[in-house]
Design a protein around this ligand. Structure first.
Ligand code: FDA
Length: 497
């Protein structure tokens, strides 16, 4: 309520925010989490909480009137369609020359993502977070994050026979025939549940193609892990459909936080002001960066340093498809949860997820999301004319990522005598180079903050999400975001409370 005072306020309920809330609550601190998206705890008219990937509806997109599907076309047909404007689950946020996909709701990105839970290879860690002690991360915080997230790997024996992983076995065969290592990729999906889906004994989720707009059953989103544990402490309250718009020092100490309550059309219905002793920015890389550049430029937090908004990257994301021969079908039934990847990071700067195309029909297509070692970094700046934060990313920078991905797929195509699909991202367009699923950076650790996420210039303000990581993790990012948050909150609880 307006006028309230809270010891700890957390902006956002994704990975960083959920770690902060759980560990603060366990240390005896009352926590209030503010989330601009919906709670996602109530079934729609079809009896399900989340919409299916093949039929996006009112639940699927954040305040858009037309869907913006990552794979926009198929065999010459555009796939997007009109939907009512609603506070749906997936935000396709247009930031200048890149579309940044993000989850909206209690659980943040964990609601919409593929659940691929990958710990970077240790020899790559020094380039990811140079100021962080790798021995501590690999000895304590990665194991803690993986255990609390519920990370597991597909049973290799089941994998060999499961119809729903035909696409992954074809992906493996093609990788290995070209001399690339295929690695199993861990995931937070409940693998026992998936085996039951295949056996037909439980309602289908991964095998119904659910991904992007939420998973109704098998995926262990943060709602089922960190946030469930946080709720069980009795010390964590969450306000969905509330958006933080300002944070500034309060006269009597602590911070004044201004929060807009919105309805499901995105209209502000009330504005509330509370005070908080400590504020944790966990609005995601884009959300936190936008807020901080605004607060610095408009005079709410003028002492934030010049690193605010810098060091933003797309984790080198680029997508592509390959057209297989008729003797290499990828399967009508495809699990929506990927379970393997092609590791050519050291030689070619690319790690490619062998991804599903769960269309329900045989497509003879192999589909991949590559993470690449791109050097390009963009910066958020405040635009006083528009009253918005701009990001100076350039689409042309993706060429570096395309070249790195081609170190894998040009070779596979040459070996197999196959070609790229040209129909998935437009007419005669091979590369999905217009988007990222993995925004990182904007308030980089040890630059905009100290080495534990304390914002320079303001005691009691912290960054604890993906904005701390300077643009690349060499693999999918959420395990690293979670492990870094575990490391930082432990230090903050020990020294700042
Ligand atoms: P996250 O984005 O999770 O949470 C931020 C929260 O803050 C959101 O809920 C947002 O609504 C809220 N918020 C923002 N501004 C606010 C404000 N002003 N007031 C109140 N609330 C506000 N990663 C991975 O490791 N493996 C994978 O398989 C995938 N797959 C994948 C697929 C898709 C489609 C997407 C979009 C993303 C992925 N990712 C992924 C990426 C992963 O989901 C992402 O890196 C993390 O969710 C980022 O965690 P954070 O804690 O930084 O923020």
């Amino acid at each position: 309520d307006s006028g309230a005072h809270v010891p700890a306020l957390v902006v956002g309920t994704g990975y960083g925010g959920s770690v902060a809330a759980l560990r603060l609550a366990q240390a005896g601190v009352d926590v209030h989490m503010i989330e601009m998206g919906m709670a996602w705890d109530t079934p729609g008219s079809d009896g399900k909480i989340f919409a299916n990937t093949t039929s996006p509806d009112v639940r699927s997109y954040w305040l858009r009137t037309r869907t913006k599907q990552p794979i926009s076309n198929f065999l010459g047909y555009p796939l997007d369609k009109d939907v009512p404007r609603h506070t749906g689950i997936l935000d396709a946020e247009e930031m200048g020359q890149i579309i940044v996909y993000q989850g909206r709701g209690v659980g943040g990105g964990s609601l919409v993502n593929g659940g691929m839970a990958v710990t970077p290879r240790r020899e790559n860690f020094g380039a990811i977070l140079p100021s962080v002690d790798a021995a501590e991360m690999y000895g304590t915080y990665y194991p803690r994050a993986n255990a609390t997230l519920g990370v597991g790997t597909v049973d290799p024996a089941w994998f060999e026979s499961a119809d729903c992983y035909q696409f992954a076995r074809v992906g493996r065969k093609h990788a290995e025939r070209s001399g690339f290592p295929f690695v199993f990729v861990p995931d937070v999906y409940d693998w026992d549940y998936m085996e039951k889906e295949a056996a037909g004994t439980v309602p289908r989720s991964a095998l119904a193609g659910e991904i992007l707009y939420g998973n109704n059953y098998g995926k262990k989103s943060l709602q089922k892990t960190y946030l469930a544990q946080a709720g069980a402490t009795g010390k964590v309250a969450i306000s969905p459909l509330h958006k933080v718009t300002s944070v500034a020092p309060a006269a009597g100490g602590g911070y004044t936080v201004v929060i807009d309550q919105i309805d499901t059309t995105g209209t502000t219905t009330a504005t509330k002001t509370v005070t908080a002793d400590k504020v944790f920015f966990a609005a995601g890389s884009v959300g936190t960066s936008k807020l901080l550049v605004q607060l610095k430029a408009t005079g709410a937090l003028p002492a934030l340093n010049a690193e605010i908004g810098k060091g933003w990257g797309d984790n080198g994301n680029v997508m592509c498809g390959r057209a297989n021969h008729m003797w290499d079908p990828t399967g009508k039934l495809q699990a929506s949860i990927p379970c393997g990847g092609i590791d050519n990071w050291t030689a070619g700067g690319a790690f490619a997820e062998v991804a599903p195309l769960p269309t329900g029909i045989e497509t003879y297509a192999s589909f991949y999301l590559s993470i690449t070692n791109t050097p390009h970094r963009a910066e958020f700046t405040w635009n006083p004319q528009t009253g918005r934060a701009d990001l100076n990313w350039q689409t042309a920078w993706k060429q570096t990522s395309v070249d790195m991905a081609r170190t894998i797929f040009d070779k596979i195509n040459a070996k197999e005598g196959t070609i790229y699909r040209t129909d998935l991202f437009g007419a005669y367009k091979i590369w999905g180079d217009h988007l990222t699923y993995h925004p990182l950076g904007g308030a980089v650790l040890d630059k905009a903050t100290d080495n534990y996420g304390r914002l320079h210039g303001y005691a009691g303000l912290y960054v604890i999400d993906g904005s701390l990581i300077p643009g690349n993790t060499s693999v999918n990012p959420f395990v690293t975001i979670t492990a870094l948050a575990e490391r930082n909150i432990e230090k903050i609880i020990a020294t700042d409370l």
